[in-house]
Design a protein around this ligand. Structure first.
Ligand code: ADP
Ligand code: MG
Length: 602
């Protein structure tokens, strides 16, 4: 039995039982479906994308109020006079989604730029303010709310009863999970996952992180608004209470307790929290002898316990237990005969690829790079060496778009790169690795390497959700597999990257860079932490890549490694180039020998 069969069994069981369940259970399940729809958006935002929001309840409110207002306001009736009453909820849905998308886009554009704790604080601020907007607007009924909202009708069939509307809710939820599952299993999904490990790595793979973050944020808000629309059609009444900040926190509880990295975790979390709240609201006032929202205290304690015992939420545990029935997920099969991705015309050996011209970088009085000249040509390995603090990493940032030189110029493939972001460097053919390995640890080597080919694909979010991207995705995975084999990693292609020793992780980073079909490869200390045999393997690989015409720049500490590999060496000291030439020339240079403590290291 495959996991897919389990899902189908769940759906069939739910569908078969639906007509026979007691009304109370049907209502409860409908609410669970509504909450799960919001929580599944939070899984995308928080668990996958790494952004925390306490304000999702406000977006649920936007979705709910839009339909309530359309349904009841005389102005809306005037505008929509020609339409049959049954069309009003649909207009409400469109309005709710449009307003939510606009508000989320603006809020996202403002708050997502902020780093650290500002985003969660921002979500608290708008969660609070939208709540008061709902409560204070006369046309939305103030804190008393609006009642008598028209029910949903489809082809003349009324969906007023929870038993019917509940089916719609669960159909929408399951469709959303299907779409999100597809999205996560695509090039765009890999880009979203990459957001979590910081901007630097994703941008170097050609991902526009700012845009991607806003899109995830709007997506989560739209799912919340959709839930609000269904909510108002279920309740047929609306007031601001369910859209308050404390409910926003409850949604986050659901995602985190369920397992914020997993779509089904949202369903599990919504179920557990809803059932628990139901019970606690019954029991706690009886136990404590007075009424109040005591359950929020219990939730807080529960969250602490779950985070301590199961930091990834409860879903992984349940999934582990279920795996006894389904067996471990089979490694994904690659389609045979996949199309190939568009190829870049690589420059002939000897051509100038990267040129740094008098690159200077000042940090408040400290001259980290002092008029550094360096160039790299196709088909050569150029090494940049120098003692700790010499300015190597700073220079690396200057030539990869991470930072801009204070003075001087960087040219890549003949183009002046001043002010360009990392992804513009990637687009021109610059591939890089990181001094501290930046891989998606839980994802397979194959997926990590496929991220490197992100830039070479075209398919967007919608195509991915609807699985219209399968031909391109097969080509991307085939390309990733080719690079994996080229780097000798075929045996671990389906292993999670974090399970590999550091040496192999560094090779995975090289394979990932190669998947972008670079003309030049920048490697920041690729031999650091490698064992002798691993270093030999790395040297063999780099020699091979050089012979294929790649330009390679290595920043490296290991002198033996550098001297055996490099065609040319540039030596930095205190930000200034003190020597440049072949390994033999550099080794014989008195200034270099002095810089390296009398030559012991060389
Ligand atoms: P290396 O990589 O050769 O060890 P770095 O490029 O990291 O050297 O650092 C060169 C010098 O610049 C060091 O003195 C370091 O403290 C300083 N430096 C690096 N980055 C910054 C920064 N962002 N702000 C201020 N000083 C910095
Ligand atoms: Mg460094």
């Amino acid at each position: 039995m495959k996991p897919m069969h389990l899902v189908l069994a769940f759906i069939v069981l739910l569908g078969a039982a639906w007509g026979f369940l007691p009304p109370f259970t049907v209502t409860l399940l409908s609410y669970i479906g509504l909450y799960a729809l919001v929580a599944v958006g939070l899984v995308m935002l928080t668990g996958v994308g790494g952004m925390t929001s306490f304000g999702q309840a406000a977006f649920v409110g936007l979705g709910a109020y839009a339909t309530a207002w359309i349904s009841l306001s005389p102005e809306a009736a005037q505008w929509l006079g020609a339409l049959p009453k049954g069309a009003y909820p649909w207009v409400g849905l469109l309005l709710g989604l449009a307003v939510t998308a606009a508000v989320a886009w603006v809020l996202g554009a403002v708050t997502l730029r902020l780093s650290g704790h500002y985003l969660p604080l921002g979500t608290i601020a708008w969660g609070l303010s939208l709540y008061y907007v709902f409560g204070n607007l006369e046309m939305l009924g103030g804190f008393t709310g609006l009642s008598g909202i028209a029910p949903l009708e489809v082809f003349g069939v009324s969906l007023a009863s929870p038993r019917r509307l509940g089916l719609v809710i669960w159909a929408v939820l399951l469709l959303a999970i299907w779409g999100l599952h597809n999205l996560l299993d695509s090039r765009e999904g890999r880009a979203i996952r990459a957001l979590k490990s910081g901007r630097l790595m994703a941008e170097s793979m050609g991902v526009d992180t700012a845009r991607q973050r806003i899109k995830v944020f709007v997506l989560a808000a739209l799912l919340a608004a959709l839930s609000g629309w269904l909510y108002v059609l279920l309740q047929r009444f609306v007031n601001p209470t369910p859209f308050a900040l404390n409910i926003g926190i409850e949604y986050l509880f659901m995602a985190v307790v369920g397992g914020s990295g997993h779509l089904w975790g949202a369903v599990l979390g919504a179920t557990l929290i809803t059932l628990l709240k139901e019970q606690l609201q019954d029991w706690l006032p009886r136990l404590l002898g007075s009424s109040g929202n005591f359950e929020i205290v219990v939730f807080g304690l529960l969250m602490l316990l779950v985070l301590q015992r199961a930091p990834n939420g409860l879903w992984p545990m349940l999934a582990g237990a279920l795996q006894r029935f389904t067996g471990a997920a089979a490694p994904r099969r690659l389609a045979a005969g996949a199309a190939t991705l568009a190829q870049r015309q690589l420059p002939p050996a000897g051509e100038l690829i990267l040129q740094a011209d008098k690159v200077t970088k000042r940090f408040a009085g400290l001259l980290a790079n002092n008029a550094v000249d360096l160039d790299v040509r196709a088909g050569e390995v150029h090494a940049l060496i120098g003692p700790n603090g010499a300015g190597k990493s700073t220079f690396f940032n200057m030539i990869s778009g991470v930072d801009d030189p204070t003075e001087g110029q960087v040219r890549l493939m003949g183009q002046v790169m001043q002010g360009q972001p990392s992804r513009a460097f990637a687009a021109l053919g610059l591939g890089r690795t990181f001094q501290h390995v930046r891989l998606l640890g839980e994802r397979s080597v194959l997926e990590n390497v496929a991220l490197g080919a992100h830039r070479r694909g075209r398919q967007g979010w919608l195509a991915s959700m609807l699985r219209l991207d399968r031909a391109e995705e097969a080509a991307v995975l085939a390309e990733a597999m080719r690079q994996i084999e080229r780097c000798g990693l075929a045996e671990v292609a389906h292993t999670p990257a974090a399970a590999l020793p550091l040496g192999q992780q560094r090779i995975v980073e090289i394979a990932r860079a190669l998947a972008g079909q670079p003309a030049i490869l920048l490697l920041d200390e690729p031999a650091a932490g490698l064992r002798h045999l691993e270093k030999q393997g790395l040297a063999t690989l780099l020699t091979q890549l050089r012979s294929e015409g790649l330009a390679i720049l290595v920043v490296e500490h290991d002198m033996e490694f550098v001297m055996n590999l490099a065609d040319r060496i540039t030596v930095l000291e205190f930000g200034t180039v003190i020597a440049h030439g072949t390994p033999a020339e550099v080794q014989a240079n008195p200034r270099v020998i002095a810089a390296y403590l009398g030559g012991d290291v060389l």
